[in-house]
Ligand binder design. Structure first.
Ligand code: MN
Length: 343
């Protein structure tokens, strides 16, 4: 009988030692890339290269336009200098035999998209903050913090490293995006202490704000206008649902990552407890995003439907049609509200 040892709370110091001993590291991000996953990946990749390692980020989906500045070394947004979408072609030796495969902000191995098999070729490490994390790596460090960016900062410190400016900016981006600009209940004094340390590293917070929050394309605004126009209030205004047929993208010229932020806008309405955004996928089927305000555990709802996430922010994919899933979610959310605790 073989014993597979899985560690859920591997100390960051030991993870740091494994990274220090490695010659090559592949860093894995989750599909539907957000600021936390790519911010962590860029911070750690920059650090590893600074320490003389070969380090690359494996992309299973595109880096959204608003996050590409993280790969800018003063010569433009050079994603290809840090990331590969085809490691077999671009990094044949590393593809065949990586020392370490490190996943950041990924709750399970399905989050790598098509690269699940590649991940398990190296010594596997996962650093994550999702309560629904399955402990899929051989060394896992799962900590219920506001952003995986907080944990990666702590990894730097455990390794005795102070983030360089670009590394600190990547970590700040991870934290500011995953906390909804420091608004979520997951934010605490430690989040702000770590953020203060990142300021001490010389980050250009204004430049990050412009890149992340003040660079929307007109096509994105047109897409959000459509989605918001389609919203439906249910359960006395406590539930809001909106949808996006895949054809919206071609008709507005927007890209799929430009749906970012719309479900939070839906939740912003007074009286809404839970917001649900359902979009058609290119491959068929739908992606459902859920955000709650104060009462509902949307991680549980997502988990029951094969997805995962956080107490107030979660999602899942389904093979249903847009109309079927909308009807399904009307029922699921009405029932969940009925069982929710009182405000
Ligand atoms: Mn995250």
């Amino acid at each position: 009988m073989s014993i597979i040892r899985v560690e859920r709370h591997a100390p960051l110091k030991r993870i740091g030692n494994v990274l220090r001993e490695a010659k090559s590291v592949l860093v894995f991000v989750h599909v539907n890339i957000d600021g936390d996953t790519i911010g962590c990946a860029m911070a750690v990749t920059r650090l590893l290269r600074r320490l003389g390692k070969t380090a690359w980020i494996v992309l299973s989906s595109e880096v959204p336009a608003y996050l590409r500045f993280l790969c800018d070394d003063g010569n433009g947004e050079d994603v290809a200098a840090y990331c590969t979408e085809d490691p077999k072609r671009d990094l044949p030796e590393l593809y065949a035999d990586p020392d370490v495969c490190l996943a950041v902000d990924c709750s399970d191995e399905r989050r790598f998209g098509k690269f699940t098999d590649l991940f398990f070729r190296g010594k596997t490490i996962a650093i994550d903050h999702h309560a629904t994390n399955t402990g899929f790596a051989s060394m896992n460090h799962v900590d219920d913090r506001s952003a995986t960016g907080e944990i990666i900062y702590r990894l730097f410190r455990a390794m005795g490293e102070t983030p360089a400016k670009a590394e600190a900016e990547a970590l700040y981006t991870a934290i500011v995006t995953d906390t909804g600009r420091f608004q979520y209940g997951s934010v605490n004094a430690e989040t702000l202490r770590i953020t203060a340390r990142l300021y001490d590293c010389g980050i250009d917070q204004q430049a990050i704000t412009v890149n992340v929050y003040q660079s929307d394309r007109p096509e994105k605004v047109a897409l959000h206008t459509r989605i918001l126009n389609r919203l439906e209030l249910l359960e006395g205004g406590r539930v809001v649902i909106s949808t996006m047929p895949y054809s919206d993208l071609a008709e507005t010229g927007a890209t799929v990552d430009e749906t970012e932020g719309v479900v939070e806008d839906l939740r912003n309405m007074k009286g809404v407890e839970v917001a649900c955004f359902i979009r058609e996928s290119k491959e068929g089927g739908v992606k459902v995003s859920l955000r709650s305000k104060q009462l509902l555990d949307v991680a549980a709802i997502a988990f029951e439907n094969g997805g995962g996430g956080h107490l107030r922010a979660s999602g899942f994919n389904a093979k249903t049609s847009l109309a079927e899933e909308t009807e399904h979610m009307r029922r699921v959310l009405a029932a969940a509200l009925e069982n929710a605790p009182e405000a």
